[in-house]
Design a protein. Structure first.
Length: 298
C-alpha cells in the first residue's frame, strides 16, 4: 500500500474515532473560555475559531466567552497608566473601565468576523445585553478594586434564544449592577457562571498551561482526569497555588453547579479543543462529577 493511501486511511480512522463523541454530544451545549496566550497571535486565534466552528457544524451548540487582558494592559499603557493587579484581579478605575470595554468590544467583533468568514453565523454580545450578567462590586480581601464585578445573577434567555436560532454567541465579560453601572468581570468567572446557567454539557478553559499538576514543578505529577471532590481536596491541602487556584475553584464550582465535564487545555497547542473532545486519549485535564463513569467523551 502506498504512502498516500496510508495517509487517507489514517484520516478515515480519525473520523471514525470521532463518531461516538459526535453522537454523544449532538445538540449539547459547550462553553469555551478563550483567552491568554491562545489569543496572542492570529494563527492561534484562527485555529481556536476553526475548532469551535467545527464543533458547531457537527452538532454541538458552542458558546465562546473571551478575555482580552493582555490587550487591555497594552492600551492602558498607551494612555500612560500602569496596570495594577490585586490577587490576579485588575484594579479598574473609571478610565480603565472605559478602555477595557473598548478593547473587549474590539476583540469580540474580531472573533465574530473570523467565525463569519468560516460560514457560520455568530453574534457578539456582552453581559450587558439582555440582562445576561448582573453583578455586585467585587472586593479582594476587603479592598475596593474599582469597577470589578462579582456575578450575582445570569439570565440565560438571550443565549438560549440565539442558540435556538442557530447562532454562535460570543460573549465579552462585562456586566451591569442594579444601578446600571458598567463593570469588568474576570472571564473565567463569567464562563463558569454562564456554563452553570445554561446547564452546559462541557466547559473548556483554554489556558497557558498543559493542564493540572499536583506539583507544578514536577512534570510527572500531571493529572489527566480528576473527580470534583478530589480537586477540592487538592485545594484544601494547599497543593494548588497561583493562577491555577481560582481556575480550579471555578472548575469544581461548575461541576457542582450541574456542568457534566470541565476541561483545562493548553490553548497554545493547535486544535487542542478537537483533540480533547473527539479523541480517546485527549490532551489536557478533565474534571468529572464524583459519580461519573469514565467513557466516551473522556
Amino acid at each position: 500500500m502506498d504512502k498516500d493511501m496510508n495517509e487517507v486511511l489514517k484520516k478515515a480512522e480519525v473520523l471514525v474515532e470521532a463518531l461516538p463523541y459526535i453522537q454523544q454530544f449532538n445538540r449539547k451545549i459547550i462553553v469555551v473560555k478563550y483567552g491568554g496566550s491562545a489569543m496572542s497571535n492570529e494563527e492561534l486565534q484562527r485555529n481556536v475559531i476553526k475548532d469551535v466552528t467545527l464543533l458547531k457544524l457537527v452538532g454541538f451548540k458552542p458558546i465562546i466567552v473571551h478575555g482580552g487582558g493582555r490587550e487591555i494592559s497594552r492600551w492602558v499603557g498607551r494612555v500612560g497608566k500602569e496596570a495594577e493587579f490585586v490577587n490576579g484581579l485588575r484594579v479598574t478605575d473609571a478610565e480603565t473601565m472605559e478602555i477595557a470595554e473598548m478593547v473587549l468590544s474590539k476583540v469580540n467583533k474580531s472573533l465574530v468576523t473570523m467565525v463569519q468568514e468560516l460560514g457560520v453565523n455568530a453574534i457578539g454580545i456582552s453581559g450587558k445585553d439582555g440582562g445576561l450578567l448582573t453583578v455586585d462590586r467585587k472586593y479582594s480581601d476587603g479592598r475596593d478594586i474599582g469597577f470589578v464585578g462579582d456575578i450575582r445573577e445570569v439570565n440565560p434567555k438571550v443565549l438560549h434564544d440565539l442558540l435556538e436560532k442557530d447562532f454562535l454567541p460570543i460573549i465579552a465579560p462585562i456586566g451591569l449592577d442594579e444601578n446600571f453601572q458598567t463593570y469588568n468581570i474576570n472571564a473565567d468567572d463569567a464562563a463558569c457562571a454562564i456554563a452553570k446557567a445554561v446547564q452546559a454539557e462541557k466547559l473548556a478553559f483554554l489556558t497557558d498551561i498543559e493542564g493540572l499538576y499536583k506539583d507544578i514543578s514536577d512534570k510527572s505529577s500531571f493529572i489527566s482526569r480528576i473527580k470534583a471532590s478530589e480537586a477540592e481536596k487538592l485545594i484544601a491541602e494547599g497543593y494548588i497555588g497561583g493562577g491555577m487556584l481560582p481556575k480550579l475553584a471555578n472548575c469544581t464550582s461548575a461541576i457542582r453547579g450541574g456542568v457534566s465535564r470541565v476541561h483545562i487545555l493548553d490553548g497554545r497547542i493547535p486544535h487542542c479543543l478537537l483533540l480533547e473532545v473527539f479523541t480517546n486519549k485527549g490532551i489536557g485535564t478533565v474534571l468529572l462529577k464524583d459519580d461519573d463513569a469514565i467513557g466516551a467523551g473522556e
